[in-house]
Design a protein around this ligand. Structure first.
Ligand SMILES: [Zn+2]
Length: 483
């Protein structure tokens, strides 16, 4: 800064100009303007994206050989004969019918599974990493640094429950995802939605009832600042909010299309947004190669979402027969959760939420029956919010599926089928490659199980005991077998 005193405005202008020069030296700026932006962008990205420390990487050519495994491949309802599976780097390189196939190379670590079951890592299609284990009061009042540390701890716990991928259906997880991908902290692959987009008084409007009016272009409310929700009240605003999430790295967009249990200011029967509002988000997402998922319980909310071009319905417990048929006919995904009475969770709800929850619980049975009857593309998710105890029981919510499905069907849903849903993120898929299957060329997310989960789905409810090896992206995070 020069010794001359400058008016503050021109100082600010100088600062901005200097910063611009640092980011785009004149030549690069000219190239940028001419559309030859490669060098300029490379420099900009280096400034924005470079990790502070190099992530711990696998040794080049590092490999793991599983011997004597019986494989559940994510699709077949029967286990394979004894086989061996070779993982190199982060990909399944070879599956051999020879259970004791050996590799000459010294860089291969061998796990003799002794007949145990090898299966794909589990995928939860409706999870909230930032909010699963934190009470709403803490979520809306605590320091963001503290909340991120809690989320990181929950991410590690999620991976240790055998969930190697989650689709995050709302919450500020972009930083957490980056830290996991860079090896700074431990957790599953995250398909982030970012902030849940909601209309005023919608399921994602967490303001107090008297915090009105909301000024257009005015300051954001607390949950918007935190990146939990984004309130929007016109097609233009929805488009802006959707694009903001995509800009931050959302792999799909989540909108609140109707009333919800945990939000006190809207009836469960309410339809939220209009078709043009939903359609604005669909256009923004599809232009980015991806899709919109909508929170919806009732036939009216589901039908409006389908008409707007939404590709995935979240929940849907209050559906009717004709609407289930429509889902099947249109090939729209149904991301359905076994929401049933859980005394622990129920006791902590407000009376308003309890009443709404009972209506949803009562619909779960019918929803699964219709999903089966019409062969709707069904995804499984746990959708735990604000309850550490329930979050720790994530696997139990999968085991609960035995009420409606065979173990093989339920596990297929939580592996190969959910993997297919993840791929719907198209060209912005953060983890391109096959997920949820044990096949050559697929990403190496694997579990080695004590016992046969195709005989007893309950094994997934006790991951500490029954998942003896947990591998994500070719890297082993747990191995209790003696070497
Ligand atoms: Zn949810």
């Amino acid at each position: 800064m020069s010794s001359r005193s400058l008016p503050s405005t021109s100082f600010a202008v100088t600062m901005v100009r200097d910063l611009r020069r640092m980011l785009f030296p004149p030549l690069l700026a000219a190239a940028f303007l001419a559309g030859l932006c490669q060098p300029g962008l490379a420099q900009h990205e280096a400034l924005e994206l470079g990790p502070e420390e190099a992530a711990p990487a696998l040794p080049a050519g590092g490999a793991t050989l599983f011997l004597n495994v019986r494989i559940f491949d994510g699709k077949n309802s029967a286990l394979s004969a004894l086989s061996s599976v070779l993982v190199r780097n982060n990909v399944i390189e070879r599956i051999s019918a020879n259970p004791a196939a050996t590799e000459a190379s010294a860089d291969v670590s061998v796990i003799d599974a002794n007949g145990r079951v090898l299966m794909p890592g589990l995928i939860d299609a409706h999870w909230h990493m930032f909010m699963a284990a934190v009470s709403p009061a803490v979520l809306l009042t605590a320091d963001p640094g503290y909340l991120n540390l809690l989320a990181a701890r929950q991410a590690e716990a999620t991976l240790m429950r055998g969930f190697t991928t989650i689709r995050d259906m709302g919450g500020p997880v972009f930083g957490l995802k980056r830290a996991i991908d860079e090896g700074v902290t431990v957790g599953p692959r995250i398909y982030p939605s970012g902030a849940m987009i909601s209309q005023t008084s919608g399921h994602g409007d967490f303001r107090s009832r008297y915090e009105i009016p909301r000024a257009l272009g005015g300051p954001l409310s607390q949950s918007e600042l935190a990146g939990i929700a984004a309130i929007a009240d016109s097609p233009d605003e929805v488009r802006l909010r959707a694009r903001e999430q995509l800009r931050q790295g959302a792999s799909q967009i989540k909108l609140m299309g109707g009333g919800g249990v945990s939000s006190p200011h809207n009836p469960i029967e309410s339809t939220q947004f209009t078709e043009p509002e939903l359609h604005a988000a669909v256009e923004a997402a599809e232009n980015w190669g991806t899709y919109v998922a909508v929170h919806a319980y009732t036939p009216a909310t589901i039908r409006q979402a389908i008409a707007a071009g939404v590709k995935c319905i979240e929940h849907g417990q209050l559906i009717d027969e004709a609407t289930a048929q429509l889902l099947a006919g249109k090939g729209v995904w149904w991301s359905l959760q076994p929401l049933t009475y859980d005394a622990d969770v129920f006791s902590r709800m407000s009376p308003v939420s309890q009443k709404k929850a009972l209506a949803v619980f009562a619909g779960t049975e019918n929803a699964y029956k219709l999903a089966r009857k019409y062969k709707v593309k069904t995804a499984w998710g746990a959708d735990i919010l604000g309850d550490a105890g329930a979050a720790s029981r994530q696997g139990q919510y999968l085991a609960m599926m035995a009420r409606w499905y065979t173990p093989a069907e339920a596990l297929k849903m939580a592996t190969a089928d959910n993997g297919e849903l993840m791929a719907l993120s198209g060209f912005i898929n953060p983890y391109p490659g096959k997920l949820g299957v044990v096949e050559v060329g697929a990403l190496a997310d694997l579990l080695l199980v004590e016992g046969n989960p195709l005989d007893d789905l309950n094994l997934v409810a006790n991951p500490d005991k029954n998942f003896v090896v947990i591998m994500k992206d070719g890297k082993i995070y747990k191995n209790t077998l003696s070497k």
